[in-house]
Ligand binder design. Structure first.
Ligand code: R5P
Length: 307
């Protein structure tokens, strides 16, 4: 068993390796002055079960870097190559939702599996059916129990879990079931192809409750900001926003933190987040991923982690 990291989130990768009882293996990754990427394993991996940790969030070079790492591992005679992708970027582009657009999630899946991988392990995909884009074996892990434990410890008894859009209803229902809380759903509309979001209606009772707006990811925060406003307008006491992945491009995290309607932002460290703030809680996923790697390597159940 050897574990290597790309450059998308080396801090998380070394925590995952530690929790799997390993040190990160030696690998050189360079970007030449013309922008081309070069990869070399600096130790023997012949006959090894190799785990490569890299998310496919922007910049898009992260994807190519992962494909190059997989290709090099196959050519160096690794016995098996497993890709650990804590955040599968481009996963939201999972269908042709308007004319003349690509299904980018499928293309990325083809690219990285064609490069050579036996297994892909990801966390909380935007849509579960994205698993079917991969010809390799897929394990989808979830941070839902980690997020649920955090809220259970708050010991509040008037929760409502809210899905910020209709598409996220199943995910929010699973979370509500874990907390024993009721569910409400916001009807959301995206305006054009921009990041602008409008929250239109709420289905369910939210008045005088504390709401957890629960999603797979927070990107620009438009969804959570619009959702928290409509919840406050409908008599919610406090709005907590929670998601597995905090993408937060540019200054979006500061904007969410400045939103008075939001009491707390809870995400995991699946993506690197530099901002520190008392309104921001980052929960670690390295133990879960480290344990999943160990179990995979020993041929034990990964699903048993979530029973
Ligand atoms: C998409 O439907 C996802 O589940 C999230 O709701 C979305 O990625 C959030 O994006 P943003 O924070 O930019 O509104």
């Amino acid at each position: 068993l050897k574990i290597f990291s790309g450059r998308s989130n080396p801090v998380l990768a070394s925590k995952i390796a530690k929790s799997a009882g390993k040190k990160l293996g030696k690998i050189s990754i360079k970007t030449f002055s013309d922008g081309e990427i070069w990869v070399k394993y600096e130790e023997n991996i012949r006959g090894c079960d190799v785990f490569l940790i890299q998310s496919t969030n922007g910049p898009s070079e992260n994807i190519l870097e992962l494909a190059l790492m997989a290709d090099a591992a196959v050519r160096a005679s690794a016995s098996s190559v497993s890709l650990i992708i804590p955040y599968f970027g481009y996963g939201r582009q999972d269908r042709k939702d308007q004319p003349r657009v690509p299904i980018t999630g499928r293309l990325i899946a083809d690219l990285i599996t064609t490069a050579g991988s036996d297994r892909v392990m990801m966390m909380d995909l935007h849509a579960g059916q994205v698993q079917g884009f991969f010809s390799a074996t897929v394990d989808e892990l979830t941070a839902l129990p980690i997020l649920a434990s955090y809220f259970v410890e708050k010991k509040l008894d008037d929760w409502v879990v809210v899905s910020p859009d209709i598409g996220g209803t199943k995910r929010a229902r699973d979370f509500a079931n874990k907390l024993g809380a009721p569910l409400a759903i916001i009807e959301k509309r995206r305006i054009g192809n921009k990041d602008t979001v409008e929250a239109l209606n709420i289905i369910g009772e939210v008045k005088d409750r504390s709401a957890i707006l629960f999603d797979d990811e927070i990107n620009t925060g438009g969804t959570m900001i619009a959702g928290s406003k409509i919840l406050k307008d409908n008599g919610v006491k406090d709005v907590y926003v929670a998601a597995t992945h905090g993408v937060f491009p540019n200054s979006s995290l500061s904007k969410i933190i400045r939103t008075d309607d939001i009491k707390e932002i809870v995400v995991t460290d699946s993506l690197p987040i530099e901002n520190e703030n008392s309104k921001l809680k980052i929960l670690p996923i390295s133990e879960l991923l480290g344990e999943a790697i160990k179990r995979t390597n020993r041929g034990e159940s990964v699903g048993a982690l979530f029973l």
